[in-house]
Design a protein around this ligand. Structure first.
Ligand SMILES: Cc1cc2nc3c(=O)[nH]c(=O)nc-3n(C[C@H](O)[C@H](O)[C@H](O)COP(=O)(O)OP(=O)(O)OC[C@H]3O[C@@H](n4cnc5c(N)ncnc54)[C@H](O)[C@@H]3O)c2cc1C
Length: 391
């Protein structure tokens, strides 16, 4: 594995550090204290737009070449994901932009869909969001069990079902909703549909109560006879012969695992630095048992970062990375939980009061083991891949 960080990437990480310290950490702490997502009208979002954030990688209908395919882009993204999560992982997700479904639209959306749904994110006039609605009350890890139905009616599709824990759903311009055209036919019958805000039948938005990552909303909603034009079927009908529909969703997750791992590494590193700061402030560095804990945390952070970068490097080289991507996600999430637990023990009773950064990190990291495939599911994927079984 060959890893090089060029000057441009170093500058980006340095800028992320400054922005994280000045903006992400304070706004994340504010949301945590308020126990509510950053409100849509918060000035933080306006500043994001002023700085040129919240944009799509899509360069418009007349752009030449691949969007965002620059050599080193994957590793840069991982390093930035680590740095921003160090300051506040919840704020990363709260930040405006086309979010999780963007890659799906870029890779299989029609040109008309890119223009219609990513176009407003090229130079957004205001903070805009989009999100990916996959999880349902009865379909989390087993995504093939999705029960939201899509029925063709002339030149429209009619959607019915319920989704839960969808990041940013109530504020999104559109939601990419995963649904099935025949619940008896499993994965091959799944398709993804653009459902725009305000479409009749889309409603029942309810922001879930979360133990951590409070800066962004995780929202449940219902679809009751939601009618969308056939042009809203991602990729068009031809895409959905065989099992391409389910693969659409899985593609998103495969690309995302090393990013989640990088987030977890950043959070573990934040717990490490905060522990060192606390130990120094309280004259604890002379104690072997305290230094032992700091050494253990530091070793864990480095181990997780190396595996995460390996997964990213393989992706950069366009080599299979399924095992490394899943391993890095499973390991980094576990390590972040261990590191924040050690940090919480180190700060003692102060950590139990509910207003210490390590206590917040301890609550925030649990979700890293859940989102985009739980730790158990990652281990299942790794084991099946190792012995040559289908995932
Ligand atoms: C903060 C947060 C944000 C989220 N954001 C989104 C989002 O934006 N969009 C979206 O679509 N979803 C989102 N989700 C949902 C997330 O993807 C699901 O929570 C996740 O897939 C797990 O599903 P579940 O909660 O239904 O748990 P279940 O699948 O019911 O699993 C429960 C437990 O059983 C274990 N388990 C399940 N199957 C197996 C198995 N075969 N072998 C061994 N153990 C197993 C799991 O690991 C878990 O511990 C979010 C969740 C959280 C917590």
């Amino acid at each position: 594995m060959e890893l090089r960080i060029d000057d441009a990437t170093r500058q980006k990480i340095e800028a992320a550090r400054e922005l994280g310290e000045k903006e992400f950490r304070p706004v994340g702490l504010e949301a945590d204290r308020n126990a509510a997502p950053i409100p849509v009208g918060h000035s933080f979002f306006d500043r994001c737009i002023e700085r040129g954030e919240g944009r799509t990688q899509w360069r418009g209908p007349n752009a030449s070449g691949e969007s965002g395919a620059r050599r080193g882009a994957v590793l840069t993204r991982l390093l930035l994901s680590e740095e921003f999560a160090y300051w506040d992982r919840g704020v990363i997700i709260a930040t405006p932009g086309p979010g999780l479904p963007e890659n799906n639209v870029l890779s299989i959306g029609t040109e008309e869909q890119k223009e219609r749904f990513l176009g407003p994110f090229v130079e957004p006039d205001k903070p805009r969001w989009a999100c990916f609605g996959m999880t349902e009350p009865g379909a989390g890890s087993d995504a093939a069990a999705i029960a939201t139905t899509a029925r063709k009616d002339g030149k429209h599709w009619i959607l019915n079902g319920a989704k839960c824990f969808i990041g940013g759903a109530s504020r999104s311009d559109w939601i990419l909703v995963q649904a099935t055209v025949d619940p008896t036919k499993g994965r091959g019958a799944q398709r993804a549909f653009f459902v725009e805000r305000g479409t009749p039948g889309l409603g029942g938005f309810n922001i879930e109560k979360k133990m951590g990552l409070k800066a962004y909303e995780s929202t449940s909603f219902t679809l009751q006879d939601v009618r969308v034009p056939e042009a809203n079927l991602l990729g068009g009908e031809a895409r959905y012969e065989s099992s391409a529909g389910f693969k659409t969703a899985m593609r998103t997750f495969n690309a995302g695992r090393p990013v989640i791992a990088a987030n977890a590494v950043g959070m573990a590193r934040a717990a490490l630095d905060e522990s060192i700061r606390f130990a120094r402030e309280h004259d604890l560095l002379a104690k072997d048992r305290v230094r032992d804990r700091i050494e253990a945390m530091s070793r864990m952070v480095r181990k997780a970062r190396f595996l995460c970068l390996k997964a990213g490097w393989l992706a950069e080289e366009q080599r299979p990375n399924i095992i490394e991507a899943s391993m890095s996600k499973a390991l980094a999430a576990q390590i972040a939980q261990q590191a924040t637990t050690i940090g919480l023990e180190l700060v003692g009773t102060i950590g139990g009061r509910g207003d210490h950064l390590i206590e917040k990190l301890y609550r925030d990291v649990k979700a890293m083991d859940i989102v985009e495939g739980t730790g158990q599911v990652q281990r299942m994927i790794i084991a099946r891949s190792l012995v040559g079984l289908p995932r």
